[in-house]
Ligand binder design. Structure first.
Ligand SMILES: *Cc1c(COP(=O)(O)O)cnc(C)c1O
Length: 390
C-alpha cells in the first residue's frame, strides 16, 4: 500500500517530537506544566448547554441539516456581524455559510479556488493549515513574514509582481495566532486594495475576534468599504466560548467566495448537527457581560505570566488579544533548543515559534490555558533553574 504523494509533501506535525519527549517524562513521573496547546480549559457556558440539552430531545434536529446551515443560524450569524461590527449588508441566503469549525472551511476554501501552480499568500508564522491545505490543492505557498518591527503585519511590497498575479488567495488572521498581533482598519483597507488590484480572494481568519483585553475590540475586514467585492471572513465559536469540541462556525462575505466554498462543502460534508446550530445561536446571543467574564479569566492569566516573565528579564508587553503570549528566546538558543531546555530542566511545555514557519524562529508561544497558580509555579521553576532572558 502506498500513501498518495500529497501526504508525503505535508511537513511533520509541529508537536510530534516534543510530544514524544513529554510522554517519556510523564512516564518518569514528572509533573508537566503544559502551556503549549491552544485549547480552552474551561467548560462551555451554561446558557449554551441548556439550549443544547433541549435541542437534542427535539426529534426535528435529528435528520440531515441543510448543507449551508439552517436559515435561523445564518440569520443569527448575519445579525451578530451587524451587532458586533456594524456590517449591515450580509444576505443570509448568499453571503453566509455554516462551517464545521473554521479548520474545515479554511481547507475547503483552498479546494474551491486553488489549482496546480497557483500561489497562495500566507502569513509566516501562521496557523499551519494555510500551508498544508495549499499543498493538498497542489498550489504553491508564498509566505509573508510577520515581523515584530512591523507590528506583525505583512509587508505587501515584498510580494513579487509575478507572484501576486498568480495568487488566488491571501490569508490573514488578526488577532493573530501565534504572535498576538492585531489588525487595523487602515491595514485591512490596504489589503482590500491590493487584492482587488490582483483579483485575489482576501480570506480573514477571525477566530480570535472576541478574545481581546483592556476594552480593545478587534475589527472585521468586512467593515472596509468595498470588502464585499473581494473578501470573506471566517468566524468560529471554538476559542471564545470554550467550544473547540463542538465544531461550529460560519463564513461570511463576498457571494462568489461563499458560493465556491458551498459547492465544495455540498460534495464533501453534510453540514452541522442542527442541535449544535441551535446552541450556536444561543452563543451568538451571549450578553456582553457574560463574554467579559469569560475573557477576564484570560486577561488575568495574561497579566500573571507577563509579569512573571518580566521579573526574569523578558522585555515583553501584554498582548491586546488572543489566547497567546509570543515571547523571544534568550540569545544563544534556537526556538527548538530553548523549548527543549524548558521541558528538560523545568517540566514546562511551550510551543516553538519555528513550528509556525521560518519567521517564527527566535520565539516561543505560551497558551493562556492553565490556571494562574500553575503559571506562577512555572515561573518559580524557571527562577530555580536559573533561566532568564539576558
Ligand atoms: C484554533 C484556530 C482555528 C480553528 O478553529 P476551529 O473553528 O476550531 O476549527 C482557525 N484558525 C486559527 C488561527 C486558530 O488558532
Amino acid at each position: 500500500m502506498h500513501f498518495a504523494k500529497r501526504l508525503e509533501k505535508i511537513p511533520p506535525y509541529l508537536f510530534a517530537e516534543i510530544n514524544r519527549k513529554r510522554e517519556k517524562l510523564v512516564a518518569e513521573g514528572v509533573d508537566i506544566i503544559n502551556m503549549a496547546i491552544g485549547d480552552p480549559d474551561k467548560p462551555t457556558p451554561a446558557h449554551i448547554l441548556q439550549v443544547m440539552h433541549k435541542a437534542i430531545d427535539d426529534a426535528t434536529t435529528h435528520n440531515y441539516p441543510p448543507y449551508e446551515g439552517m436559515q435561523e443560524f445564518r440569520q443569527a450569524a448575519a445579525k451578530w456581524m451587524e451587532r458586533r461590527f456594524g456590517v449591515t449588508w450580509l444576505n443570509p441566503d448568499t453571503e453566509v455559510v455554516a462551517s464545521i469549525g473554521s479548520k474545515e472551511a479554511i481547507h475547503n476554501t483552498f479546494l474551491a479556488f486553488v489549482e496546480a501552480g497557483d500561489y497562495t499568500l500566507i502569513p509566516d508564522p501562521g496557523y499551519p493549515v494555510y500551508r498544508t491545505s495549499t499543498i493538498f490543492a497542489d498550489g504553491e505557498p508564498f509566505t509573508m513574514p510577520l515581523k515584530a518591527e512591523n507590528q506583525f503585519l505583512p509587508d505587501l511590497s515584498l510580494v513579487p509582481e509575478e507572484v501576486a498575479r498568480k495568487a488566488k488567495l491571501l490569508w490573514i488572521n488578526y488577532p493573530n495566532n501565534p504572535t498576538g498581533g492585531v489588525g487595523t482598519l487602515e491595514f485591512f483597507a490596504e489589503l482590500v486594495d491590493f487584492c482587488k488590484h490582483y483579483n485575489i480572494l482576501l480570506c480573514h481568519d477571525n477566530a480570535y475576534s472576541e478574545m481581546a483585553y483592556d476594552g480593545y475590540k478587534p475589527p472585521s475586514v468586512l467593515q472596509v468599504p468595498g470588502a464585499k467585492d473581494i473578501a470573506i471572513e471566517f468566524h468560529s465559536l471554538s476559542k471564545s466560548y470554550n467550544m473547540t469540541g463542538w465544531r461550529v462556525g460560519f463564513v461570511v462575505g463576498n457571494a462568489l467566495g461563499i458560493q465556491g466554498l458551498r459547492q465544495v462543502k455540498t460534495n464533501v460534508d453534510s453540514g452541522v448537527f442542527k442541535a449544535i446550530q441551535k446552541a450556536a445561536i444561543a452563543a451568538y446571543n451571549t450578553s456582553d457581560a457574560e463574554l467579559q467574564t469569560l475573557m477576564s479569566v484570560y486577561q488575568n492569566r495574561r497579566d500573571t505570566i507577563v509579569k512573571g516573565l518580566q521579573s526574569l528579564g523578558w522585555p515583553i508587553q501584554p498582548p491586546k488579544a488572543t489566547l497567546y503570549v509570543w515571547v523571544p528566546v534568550p540569545n544563544g538558543y534556537t526556538s527548538a533548543e530553548f523549548v527543549n531546555l524548558l521541558l528538560d530542566k523545568c517540566g514546562i511545555m511551550v510551543a516553538p515559534g519555528s513550528g509556525y514557519g521560518a519567521s517564527g524562529e527566535g520565539f516561543f508561544r505560551i497558551a493562556l490555558t492553565i490556571s494562574e497558580e500553575r503559571m506562577l509555579a512555572a515561573i518559580g521553576r524557571m527562577k530555580d533553574a536559573g533561566i532568564h532572558y539576558f
